[in-house]
Design a protein around this ligand. Structure first.
Ligand SMILES: O=C(CO)[C@H](O)COP(=O)(O)O
Length: 254
C-alpha cells in the first residue's frame, strides 16, 4: 500500500485488434479507479481513436506507442504527432527498448520525438533502461543518466515538468526477463532523481514522475510503489487483461 499519488498503466504493445481493444476499453471505462491513481492505457495505433473516444471525459490518459518527430511529409508508414493528437491521445510513449533494439531508435531520435511531442501538447512517457551487459558491468547509472539527459536535451524547466520517465531495465522486460529487486530500483531511481536535479533543480526534479517497468505483477507492484522515488508502474503482460490491471491498481492504491 502507498499513500502517494501514482501513475499506473499499461501498453498493449502489438496485441489486441480493434474488436478486442473495444471490449477491453469498455471494461476499463467501468473500472472504479481510486483517486490516488492516475491511470493510463496505450493501445496499438489501430485502436487509438476508438479507445480514446470510449474513455473521453474519464480520468484515463490514452497514449500511442510511438510517433515520428516531423509534422507531416514523405515518411511512409509513420504517424505524426498531429495524427496522434487527432486520435484523441494526450500521452506518447517514446524510446521503449523494443523500439531502440528492433527499430534503430537512438537517444537522438528519442530527443527529436520528445521535443515534437511537447510542441503538440502530448505528454511524453520516456522509456529508459540498461541492457543486461550494462547491468552486469555495473554501468546502469551511466546509461540511465545519458539516456535521460539526451532525451531532455534542449527542453526548459516548464517542458521537463510535462514528462514522465519510466525506468525499464531491458533485462527485466518480457517473459524472459527477471523483475528488478526493489533495492536496486530504489538506488536507480534515487540517482535518476539526482540527474534530473542537475537539469532543473531539486524541487522541479521531485515533480517529474518516475515509473518502474519490467515484469511488474500483482505480486511485486506494491513493493516498487512503496519506494520513495517510484511514482508509479508501467506494466506489460500482467495488465493486458483489464482485470489484471484493476487488481494491480487496487494493490498499490492508498
Ligand atoms: O513497456 C513495458 C510495459 O508496457 C514493459 O516492456 C514491461 O513489460 P512486461 O515485462 O511484460 O511487464
Amino acid at each position: 500500500m502507498s499513500s502517494k499519488s501514482l501513475w499506473v498503466g499499461t501498453s498493449w504493445k502489438m496485441n489486441k485488434g480493434p474488436g478486442a481493444s473495444r471490449d477491453a476499453a469498455t471494461q476499463i471505462a467501468d473500472m472504479d479507479v481510486p483517486a490516488s491513481i492516475t491511470p493510463f492505457i496505450i493501445p496499438p495505433f489501430t485502436s487509438l481513436e476508438s479507445v480514446a473516444a470510449r474513455l473521453q471525459g474519464s480520468r484515463w490518459h490514452v497514449g500511442a506507442q510511438n510517433m515520428h518527430w516531423e509534422d507531416e511529409g514523405a515518411w511512409t508508414g509513420e504517424i505524426s504527432p498531429q495524427m496522434v493528437r487527432e486520435c484523441g491521445a494526450d500521452l506518447i510513449e517514446l524510446g521503449h527498448s523494443e523500439r531502440r533494439e528492433h527499430f534503430s531508435e537512438t537517444d537522438i531520435t528519442v530527443n527529436l520525438k520528445v521535443r515534437a511531442a511537447i510542441r503538440y501538447g502530448l505528454r511524453p512517457l520516456i522509456c529508459i533502461g540498461d541492457s543486461a551487459d550494462e547491468y552486469a558491468f555495473g554501468v546502469t547509472h551511466e546509461t540511465l543518466a545519458r539516456q535521460t539527459k539526451m532525451a531532455l536535451y534542449g527542453l526548459n524547466e516548464a517542458e521537463i515538468a510535462t514528462v514522465l520517465i519510466a525506468y525499464e531495465p531491458v533485462w527485466a522486460i518480457g517473459s524472459n526477463g527477471t523483475a528488478a529487486e526493489p533495492e536496486f530500483v530504489d538506488i536507480a531511481h534515487t540517482r535518476l532523481r539526482a540527474v534530473l536535479a542537475e537539469l532543473v533543480g531539486t524541487d522541479a526534479a521531485k515533480r517529474v514522475p518516475l515509473l518502474y517497468g519490467g515484469s511488474v505483477s500483482l505480486a511485486n507492484a506494491a513493493a516498487y510503489t512503496a519506494l520513495r522515488d517510484v511514482d508509479g508502474v508501467f506494466i506489460g503482460r500482467s495488465a493486458w487483461n483489464p482485470a489484471g490491471l484493476e487488481a494491480i491498481i487496487r494493490s498499490v492504491a492508498s
